[in-house]
Write a protein that binds this ligand. Structure first.
Ligand code: B12
Length: 425
C-alpha cells in the first residue's frame, strides 16, 4: 500500500513540475527583453503600462527600470500636469502612472500635481477624477472617459491603499450587472477584465461597498462573460485582450490556467512574434508569467533579480516583397457621404504608410493622428474630426471585418478594401 501511495505521490509531483510548453521560459525571456528594449527607444515617450509589466516580471534590469521611472516622473508627470491644468479627464493615464510608481515601491505621497489650485497628492487627484466620472455617469449613464479607465482608476486607488468610495464602486457594479459597458460594436472584453481586477481588489482589501451581494453578482457575471469569450483558437476575446482576461480570471478564480488553451494561444502568438508593439507586450507578459496587477498590493521591491541584459539584436535580413498590390480606401463621413480612392502600394505597407502615400498623391485625401499609448490614433480624415468627446471615432475595417490593430501595425499584403468610417460608440 505504502509503495502505491509513494508511486502516486512521485507521479503527481512529476506532473506538477512538468512544463506544459518546453519553451515557456525561453519565450518569457525573449518577450521580457523585447519589452525592455522598447524603453531604450529615445523617441518613444515613457509608457506606464510597459513599466508595470517590467516590474511584475521575474527578471529585471534594475538600472534601466530606474531610468524609465525617472522619465515617467518627468515626462509623463508634466503631460499629466498640463492636461489637468486644461481641465481634461486623465483618469486612465493617472491611474497607470500611480500603478507604475507603486510597482517600483515609490512613495506615492512624495509627488504632487496641481489643477490650478494648491498642489495635491496623485491619489487625491485620482479620487477627484473618479468623482467627476461618477457624476457624469449619474447625469448621462456613461463615464466622462470609459468604464475601462474608470476601472483602472478604482484599481489604482485600491492598490495604492486608498479606500474607494461606495458610491464610486456602486456605479461600476451597477454597470456590470445591467450590461451598460459598451464600446461601439465590439464586445468590451478588455473592459470587463479591467472591471474584474478593480472589483476583486476591493473585495480582497475588504473595502465596504453599497451591497455585498451585488458585488458578488458582478464578479460572477464578469466571469461568465470572460469564459464565454473563448474562441475556437483559444483566444479570450481576441489576441490583444487574452492577456488581460487571463489576469482577470486568475484573480477571480477561472480554474487552472497555466496549461489552458488561452495560455497556449498566447504562447503560440508569442512564438510567431505577433506581440511586437510595446503596449501589446505589456498586456501579455504578466499573464504569461501568471502575475497580475493585484500583485502590486504586496510587493516590497526587496531582493530582486538583476540579471536581465540586452544582447545585441540579431540582424535579420528581410527580403521584402515590394511588388505592388492594388488597394481601395473608402471614407464614410458622419453625414453618410462616401468617397473612394483606388491606387497601388508596395506589398507589406502599413495602413499609416498607405494613407501617407494617398495624401501625397494629392487626390484630395488628408488625415491627422493623435499619439496614444498604443501609438498613432487616426483622428481627422478629409477635414472631419471624429471626436472622442462626442463619442465618435474613425473605425477601421477591411472587406467588412473590423481591424484588430491600428494604422501603424496593420499591413496590407493583398488586394484589399479598407473602410474608414466615422462611427459613434
Ligand atoms: C476604449 C477603447 C477604445 C475607444 C477609445 C475611446 C475612449 N474615449 O477611450 C474607441 C472605441 C474609440 C477605440 C477605437 C479603436 N480601438 Co480600441 N480600445 C479601447 C480599450 C478598451 C481601452 C483603451 C484605454 O482607455 N486605455 C487606457 C488609457 C489610459 O490609455 P491611452 O493610451 O491614453 O488610451 C487611449 C488609446 O488607447 C486610444 N485607443 C483606443 N483604442 C486604440 C487602438 C489603437 C490602435 C490606437 C493607436 C489607439 C487606441 O484611445 C484611448 C483614449 O484616448 C483598449 C483595450 C486595451 N486592452 O488596451 C482597446 C484597444 C486598444 N483598441 C483596439 C483597436 C483595434 C481599436 C481600433 C483600431 C478598432 C477599429 N477596428 O477601428 C480603433 C482605433 C481606430 C483609430 N481611429 O485609430 C485594440 C488594439 C490592438 C492593437 N494591437 O493595436 C485594443 C487593445 C482592443 C483589442 N483587444 O483588440 N478603442
Amino acid at each position: 500500500m505504502k509503495a502505491v501511495l509513494l508511486a502516486v505521490a512521485v507521479l503527481s509531483a512529476l506532473t506538477a513540475a512538468k512544463p506544459c510548453a518546453p519553451d515557456h521560459d525561453e519565450l518569457i525571456l525573449r518577450l521580457n527583453k523585447d519589452l525592455l528594449r522598447s524603453v531604450e527607444e529615445p523617441e518613444a515617450p515613457p509608457n506606464p503600462s510597459v513599466h508595470l509589466a517590467l516590474r511584475l516580471s521575474a527578471h529585471h534590469n534594475l538600472a534601466m527600470e530606474n531610468q524609465h521611472l525617472t522619465r515617467l516622473k518627468t515626462q509623463l508627470h508634466q503631460n499629466l500636469q498640463s492636461s489637468l491644468a486644461a481641465g481634461q479627464a486623465v483618469t486612465g493615464q493617472l491611474a497607470l502612472y500611480v500603478l507604475a510608481l507603486r510597482s517600483s515601491c515609490h512613495d506615492l505621497t512624495s509627488l504632487t500635481l496641481s489643477d490650478g489650485d494648491a498642489p495635491e497628492h496623485l491619489l487625491s487627484h485620482l479620487k477627484r477624477q473618479l468623482e467627476r466620472e461618477k457624476e457624469h455617469i449619474a447625469l448621462s449613464r456613461r463615464p466622462l472617459t470609459t468604464y475601462y479607465q474608470y476601472s483602472l482608476g478604482m484599481l489604482a486607488l485600491c492598490v495604492g491603499g486608498v479606500r474607494v468610495s461606495a458610491h464610486v464602486s456602486h456605479k461600476l457594479i451597477h454597470a456590470v450587472n445591467h450590461g451598460l459597458i459598451k464600446h461601439g460594436d465590439s464586445a468590451p472584453i478588455d473592459s470587463y477584465a479591467m472591471a474584474a481586477l478593480a472589483l476583486q481588489c476591493l473585495k480582497e482589501a475588504g473595502t465596504s461597498v453599497r451591497n455585498e451581494e451585488d458585488l458578488e453578482k458582478s464578479l460572477t457575471n464578469i466571469k461568465q462573460k470572460l469564459l464565454d469569450s473563448q474562441r475556437a483558437d483559444g483566444h479570450l476575446g481576441n489576441q490583444f485582450s487574452t492577456g488581460l482576461v487571463l489576469q482577470a480570471l486568475q484573480v477571480i478564480g477561472g480554474g487552472e490556467l497555466r496549461c489552458s488553451a488561452p495560455m497556449e494561444a498566447l504562447r503560440s502568438d508569442a512564438r510567431r512574434g505577433r506581440y511586437h508593439s510595446p503596449m501589446a507586450l505589456s498586456q501579455t507578459l504578466p499573464a504569461l508569467q501568471q502575475r497580475t496587477y493585484l500583485h502590486l498590493r504586496g510587493g516590497d521591491c526587496r531582493n530582486e533579480d538583476d540579471s536581465l541584459v540586452l544582447d545585441d539584436e540579431p540582424v535579420v535580413e528581410v527580403l521584402a516583397d515590394l511588388s505592388p498590390v492594388p488597394v481601395q480606401v473608402e471614407v464614410l463621413k458622419a453625414d453618410g457621404s462616401a468617397v473612394e480612392y483606388r491606387f497601388e502600394v508596395p506589398s507589406g505597407s502599413t495602413l499609416l504608410e498607405v494613407l501617407k502615400l494617398l495624401q501625397d498623391h494629392q487626390m484630395g485625401f488628408t488625415f491627422e493622428t493623435e499619439n496614444s499609448l498604443w501609438g498613432k490614433f487616426l483622428s481627422r480624415v478629409n477635414g472631419e474630426q471624429a471626436r472622442q468627446t462626442d463619442r465618435r471615432y474613425w473605425n477601421l475595417s477591411t472587406d467588412g471585418t473590423n481591424l484588430t490593430q491600428g494604422m501603424e501595425d496593420f499591413n496590407i499584403t493583398a488586394n484589399q478594401k479598407i473602410t474608414i468610417k466615422n462611427t459613434g460608440y
